[in-house]
Each structure stands twice: as C-alpha cells, then as structure tokens.
Design a binder for this molecule. Structure first.
Ligand code: EPZ
Length: 402
C-alpha cells in the first residue's frame, strides 16, 4: 500500500475489535526461543512487524505456524539452528534486537546487530547490555554487532535501572527467567506489556513476581516449557481509534479495550469533552457535536500518558477551542507530524520538547507525508476530520503496526 486517500467530514460509527498489542506480541514471540516445546500466542495481531519477527525466528530455527482462523501463532523452538541476527533484519525492525537475551539464556551465546537510531530518536540499548553484563555475560561490540557470551549460563543479579525503559525491563526479564539464581530488577517499566510478558513466561514455567510494580523479582529455573497465552489487547490501537472519534465525532465500541490500561488517555479525552464509558465488551467512545476543549499533557512512562498516543491526540486537539500544551519526555524527536499537520491548516508551534497547539475550527485536506508509525496515523485522524481530501503518502509505516 503506497498511499491512503481520505475524504473527511463523516462521523465514525460502529464496533472495532482490538487485537493483541504489537509491542507485547514482539517480545512474546522472542520468548518462544526460551523453550523447546511450542508457545501458542492467541489474539495475535497480523502486522508487518509481527510477520517480520516470525521470519527472523524461522531463520534461527523456530518452526512457525500461523493459524489464521483463530489468530494463533504457534512457535516451536525445538532446536536453535543459528544464534545470529544480521544487520539487515535488525535495521528493518528494532524489536529484532530482543532475540539477544533469549538466545544468550538458552544457548549461551548470540551475535546480534546493534539496532542504530530511528526517526523518533537515538534509542540506545546500553541498559539492555548492562543488564546482561550484570548477569555475567561477556559483551563486545564489533563491526556493528553485539557479540555476547555466557557459556556457563547467566547468573541472577540485582539490577537498578537509572531510568525506566520498557525494552530493557522486558529484555532483562527474558534473560533472567533462565538464569542460575535470583534476579531483582529495580526502577522497572510498569506498562501492561510488561505484565503480559510476565504472565506468558510464568505460564511457560518461569517464576516472576512484581510485574506491574517498580520492582520485579525472578527466580531462575533450569528450563521452560510450552504454553498457550492470549496477547493483551493493544491499548495504543484502542487509544488511536478513540482519538479518531474525538476528532471526527461519532460513537464507536472498542471491543476488548481495557480502561485500566488507558487511564491517562481517558482522562485527556474526557477533559477534551469526549465521552468514554466502560461496557461489558469494551470501551465506548462518543462525541456528538460541540467544539473540543484544549488540554495540556506530558508524556511519561505508564501509568503516565503514553508517548505512542501523543501524535494522535495532537491531531485531535488541532480542532479544540483554545491552546493545548504537549510535552514529549520520552523521545527527543517525536513531533515530526507537526509540520505535516500544519499542511492541513493546523497551528502548532514546537519549541524543543514542547508543542503548543492553537485549535482551529476546521482543517482542509492536503497531501501529507508519514514519517513513523504513530505519526502516520495522526495524519489519518486529521484527514478523517478535515474538509475535503487528504492523501497520506509513505503509508508503509502504517502497515507496521495498525
Ligand atoms: C518501546 O520502545 C516501544 N517499542 C515504543 O513503541 C514505545 O514508544 C516505548 O517503549 C515507550 O513506551 C516496542 O515495544 C517495540 P524505552 P523501547 O526503552 O523499549 C532510552 C511504537 O510506536 N533508552 O522505554 O525502545 C530511549 O532512547 C514504538 O510502537 C536508553 O537510553 O523504549 C528512550 O528515550 C515507538 N537506553 C527511553 O529510554 C536503553 O538501553 C525510553 O525507551 C534503552 C532506552
């Protein structure tokens, strides 16, 4: 798919099933490397990124079966045939880096390309590597590759992260599950995806406590077994549709979405004048006429406002009455959608990590260019609520995750 043409102005109606979270699924897929028996993931999102991860796992020797009817991915890592994740694969999708910890824990060595930066920021992996070193791994970086070895196995360790990182928390959990002895991880991320990973690993026989809190305790076990796990509903996908309803108006049921995973987002929607109600089947989001109100928010690790919803809510607030102030605290370059939104007539002033959005009564459709996954969908949201036709170019970013 190369571009999307949107004729804006219609209110959104209907029911949308929310599938498993991409950012959880990718780490759960990596967890399949830890056991010889199959890991079955239900409610799998079928996206470019999760397909790509499946291909990488297949190249390492994992047998992959996609059961379309039940959206279940079966991964059987009976034998690991390769411990190398080449540059071409990690460059295309950063989450490929997550095979390093499981390979190290299961086989005792791995060679994985360093991911490098991406459009939204530098995104180093130093915290991941420090955690493995604390668990006794020898790490060298050579010609762009991380070469890691722990030939007699990883050892449990006490690790205090200097700041919260979702990826480093998950990666350390994956490795520590099979380490000798106990691991304590402090100042960890508390995202629902962390809880999901812990639940899946525990179903495989791991002994992990404290996921969802700021300290996680892991008792290493000698082997893990197969399991069946349902991937947690994607809170970012749900929040994205909610922002679209906020911008365009309408009444949509987000089936499977969980209010407890979207607290900060729901608070912003409600302040803006969008109604959100929890129902038995999910979350209903409604807006019927009337101008949105301006809202100020900062992105922050969970339970704060997710950086992965910042662009979508910025698009919504372009229509609000008054000035909204948005501070991005997680990534250094995550306002690339602002100049594209301006092409539709939005008034956004960016100063460093702060954006001030002065709401306008209407946006007018125009050609725009997507720069990353969440930025792309913010342009779709603006297009849905704008007058006339918006053409979003470079939508391959969108195929990655929604
Ligand atoms: C995950 O990235 C998500 N990706 C991101 O989603 C999400 O934006 C981010 O968490 C924050 O919620 C996946 O799960 C695949 P971090 P991650 O480690 O784990 C710095 C999307 O759109 N840092 O919590 O890479 C880092 O540069 C994507 O779906 C280090 O300095 O995020 C950032 O400033 C985008 N050293 C901050 O920490 C490290 O070793 C938080 O990053 C690790 C991170």
């Amino acid at each position: 798919m190369d571009r999307i043409a949107i004729t804006g102005g219609a209110a959104l109606q209907g029911t949308i099933p929310i599938y498993g979270a991409k950012n959880s699924a990718l780490k759960l897929q990596a967890a399949s490397l830890l056991a010889a028996q199959p890991l079955m993931l239900e409610n799998m999102p079928d996206l470019a990124d999760t397909r790509f991860m499946a291909q990488l796992l297949a190249s390492l020797g994992v047998e992959i079966t996609w059961i379309k009817e039940t959206r279940t991915l079966r991964m059987a890592a009976g034998e690991i045939g390769s411990t190398i994740a080449p540059y071409d694969q990690v460059r295309k999708m950063r989450a490929s880096f997550n095979v390093l910890g499981p390979l190290l824990a299961r086989v005792g060595h791995a060679t994985v390309s360093l991911p490098g930066g991406c459009a939204i920021g530098a995104r180093p992996v130093d915290l991941h590597l420090k955690a493995f070193e604390a668990m006794g791994a020898d790490i060298v970086i050579e010609q762009g590759y991380v070469k890691a070895a722990a030939l007699r196995g990883l050892k449990g360790a006490e690790i205090e992260f200097p700041f919260v990182s979702v990826g480093a928390t998950e990666h350390a959990m994956l490795a520590a599950a099979l380490a000798h002895g106990d691991t304590v991880l402090r100042n960890v991320a508390r995202e629902p995806e962390i809880v999901d990973l812990a639940e899946c690993l525990n179903a495989m026989g791991a002994r992990i406590e404290g996921a969802g809190e700021s300290e996680i305790r892991i008792k290493g076990v000698t082997s893990l077994s197969g399991a069946t796990h349902r991937v947690v509903a994607d809170r970012i996908e749900a929040g994205t549709f909610a922002a679209a309803v906020g911008a365009a108006g309408g009444d949509v049921l987000l089936e499977g979405a969980r209010a407890e995973h979207l607290g900060a987002m729901i608070a912003v929607l409600q302040q803006a004048g969008v109604a959100v109600e929890a129902e038995a089947k999910g979350l209903r989001v409604k807006r019927d006429g009337g101008r949105l109100k301006a809202v100020d928010f900062d992105t922050a690790p969970f339970p704060g406002f997710p950086t992965d919803l910042q662009a979508q809510v910025m698009a919504m607030l372009c229509f609000a009455d008054g000035q909204s102030r948005i501070k991005e605290t997680i990534f250094e370059n995550r306002f690339m959608h602002a100049p594209e939104l301006a092409r539709l007539g939005a008034q956004i002033a960016v100063h460093g990590n702060e954006a001030v959005v002065t709401g306008v009564e209407r946006l007018i459709g125009a050609p725009v260019m997507a720069t990353d996954l969440r930025a792309s969908v913010s342009l779709v949201i603006a297009g849905l609520a704008a007058q006339g036709e918006t053409i979003v170019n470079r939508v391959y970013h969108l195929d990655r995750g929604l």
